[in-house]
Design a binder for this molecule. Structure first.
Ligand code: ADP
Ligand code: MG
Length: 249
């Protein structure tokens, strides 16, 4: 599926939680196949922004458009349909570890399948070929019927990525996907994520702590500080001074 219009569009968006302003007056457009890193200190609003981008939360002011649809105008059912096109990767992979890999991969289909098929898949895996292909793409084809809790941490992360591939979204949102892994594995995981997005033409928005990883894996960096956009630039134009200003107390 291709989209001429922006994949994501925020116009003067603010989001508060009680007295706390998590995001203030954020305007941003993200187009198809861009790879955008969100950088900023803890509490800057990265997760809030990602949650707005898939409609998990609504803005308290301003307008959020996902694939051209204004989130606040959608019924719950319409919102779910839009959300099927937006995949998420979490720091904790949200896998059901006492089930086999194939069952976890089938979970990527649940938004699309009718209830009977979803229920049946719990007993008898559906669409094995799709799952097998996704698992091959992340480099562990032999683990299709392995129990998920028998896999290493790195392999489980690959399964989480394969599940997103099964979902086949237009965009992938990843919230600090490498925050809890060692440097070698985080390079590997980010390479995989970047290559998968490149190969399949998906848009990527990823929050990161590691500035070097943002530079090496994304073509645009959005710096957030205290809920506001500090800068929004092509990676090549981001200077050390930009980064420093982001993190000064
Ligand atoms: P980041 O992901 O950059 O660390 P967050 O988006 O999680 O930042 O948080 C931004 C601010 O909003 C923080 O001050 C945080 O405490 C607050 N916040 C985020 N989510 C909630 C929530 N559900 N309830 C209350 N405060 C929240
Ligand atoms: Mg966060």
């Amino acid at each position: 599926m291709t989209f001429e219009s922006p994949i994501f569009e925020l116009r003067q968006v603010s989001r508060t939680f009680g007295q706390v302003s998590a995001l203030t007056d954020v305007s941003v457009m993200i187009h198809a196949q861009e790879r955008v890193a969100l950088l900023g200190p803890s509490g800057a609003g990265k997760s809030t922004l990602l949650n707005l981008l898939n409609g998990a939360i609504a803005p308290t002011a301003g307008e959020v458009r996902i694939l051209g649809h204004e989130v606040r105008r959608l019924s719950p059912r319409q919102l779910r349909q839009v959300q099927r096109h937006i995949g998420r990767v979490y720091q904790q992979h949200h896998l059901v570890t006492n089930l086999s890999v194939i069952h976890n991969l089938n979970a990527g289909n649940l938004g699309r399948w009718p209830l009977w098929k979803a229920a049946l898949s719990l007993v008898w895996p559906q669409e094995v070929a799709t799952a097998a292909k996704a698992l091959a793409q992340v480099g562990i084809p032999e683990k299709l019927y392995a129990r998920t809790d028998r896999l290493s941490g790195g392999q489980q992360q690959r399964v989480a990525l394969a599940r997103v591939l099964v979902q086949d979204p237009i965009a992938i949102l990843a919230d600090e996907p490498i925050a809890s892994v060692d440097p070698a594995r985080s390079q590997e995981l980010m390479n995989l994520l970047r290559d998968l997005c490149e190969r399949t033409g998906k848009t990527l928005v990823v929050s990161l702590h590691d500035v070097a990883v943002a530079r090496s894996h994304c073509d645009r960096i959005l710096g957030l500080r205290q809920g506001r956009i500090a800068f929004d630039l092509p990676t090549a134009q981001v200077t050390d001074a930009h980064i420093r200003d982001l993190y000064v107390l």
